[in-house]
Design a protein around this ligand. Structure first.
Ligand code: NAP
Ligand code: G4F
Length: 338
């Protein structure tokens, strides 16, 4: 059996990656979860229920990226062959409100896990994946590729860049099989509700069903290279299956504005977004990343990776999912107790 350890397993990517690895019978998957006063495992619940055979191959451990001793003891105990560091305070706008916490969890958290992996690597070979971000490119002009200089524009992006360089340094200094995946935005029906794609698809669906009257948004001129999270976790895995560790950009190569996202999502429910969207400066960032558009040529050539889901297909998938959610919410309101 191959043993994989995933931080951030309760998040969007962690849940898709756990699903992807468990679908391969040779994997045993260990996920790190945070203790919270209410359970937040909706994205992975089905992996315990749907197929009883996963129960013997899927294990959860309480941990926090802020707690080095607990990370070390779990890594020593599990002795993973592959570590995927996906845990993060991943909201860019929130990182301006919580810069020190974000730096601790995103930046030092990665270093704590790298140290644990380096110790294990002395007696057991381990491969390490770091979830780096296109946010690290910040204000660098699009398209961003392997030779584009980084210019981070948020506490989150600065912390990711620190973790990115630490990952490279552990590869060069200690010969650790450490890879950094610079992933551009990737979304899904499991995307957190405060990220822009999900806010829009959920908003359009709830307005359509009469559950919400307006959608309050920030900067609609920003452009992003949006792909499907299910496609992107495959790229993470492929990086760790290569003969040599390296860093890769993962992106679709297309970019769309928030206006285009709104147009697409609202037209799917036969509404005109201009009638419902309002501006609120609370959603504007102190420094913005205007345009992201990635050049994933190396991922295509070396990993043989390419995205399967298009921008239109992604938004259709999300709107369809959120319409179903909104209809269930409406039904529950009409027939409480059922
Ligand atoms: P997400 O949905 O926000 O999930 C983040 C995960 O990290 C959750 O499981 C969360 O646990 C966990 N976490 C947060 N703080 C933690 C802490 N102190 N200790 C341990 N775990 C903690 O993020 P995602 O979209 O899946 O992204 C996965 C990773 O890729 C993140 O590192 C993100 O920064 C990076 N990334 C994402 C994108 C993207 O477009 N999605 C692009 C580039 C890079 P709870 O469930 O308990 O909150
Ligand atoms: O959906 P967003 O919050 O994603 P952002 O900032 O691009 O970050 C995401 O992608 C990164 C990869 O590039 C990840 F590393 C990171 O963890 C996260 O997953 O915002 C996208 C754009 C921004 O320009 C923002 O200003 O949408 C704009 N926007 C406009 N109105 C809004 C809103 N964003 C949010 N969240 N909410 C709004 O109301």
């Amino acid at each position: 059996m191959k043993r994989a350890l995933i931080t951030g397993v309760t998040g969007q990517d962690g849940s898709y990656l756990a699903e992807f690895l468990l679908a391969r019978p040779e994997y045993e998957v260990h996920g790190l979860v945070r203790r919270s006063s209410s359970l937040n495992r909706q994205r992975i619940d089905h992996l315990f229920r749907a197929d009883a055979s996963y129960r013997d191959r899927f294990f959860l451990h309480y941990a926090d990226l802020a707690d080095a001793s607990c990370l070390s003891s779990i890594v020593e105990r599990v002795r993973p062959d592959e570590v995927y560091n996906l845990g993060a305070q991943s909201h860019v706008r929130v990182s301006f409100d919580q810069p020190l916490y974000t730096a601790d969890v995103v930046g030092l958290g990665a270093l704590r896990l790298l140290e644990a992996a380096r110790n294990l690597n002395r007696s057991h070979p381990v491969k390490f994946y770091q979830a780096s971000s296109s946010e690290m490119f910040g204000s660098a002009p699009a398209p961003q590729g392997p030779n584009t200089p980084f210019h981070p524009r948020s506490p989150y992006a600065c912390a990711k860049l620190y973790a990115h360089w630490q990952t490279i340094n552990y590869r060069e200094a200690y010969d650790l099989f450490a890879c950094s995946g610079i992933l551009f935005n990737h979304e899904s029906p499991r995307r957190g509700e405060s990220f822009v794609t999900r806010k829009v698809t959920l908003g359009a669906a709830r307005i359509k069903e009469g559950l919400q009257k307006r959608l309050v948004m920030g900067n609609l001129d920003a452009k992003r290279d949006w792909g499907f999270a299910g496609d992107y976790v495959r790229a993470m895995w492929l990086m760790l299956q290569q003969d040599k560790p390296d860093d890769f950009i993962v992106a679709t190569g297309e970019t769309h504005s928030i206006h285009e996202l709104l147009e697409k999502a609202f037209s799917l429910v036969d509404l005109d977004y201009r009638e419902f969207v309002e501006f609120d400066p609370r959603y504007v960032r102190p420094s913005e990343v205007d345009v992201l558009q990635g050049d994933a040529t190396r991922a295509r050539e070396v990993l043989g990776w390419k995205p399967e889901v298009t921008f239109d297909g992604l938004i259709e998938m999300m709107v369809e999912h959120d319409l179903e959610l909104a209809r269930r919410e409406k039904h529950a309101q009409a027939f409480p107790g059922r």
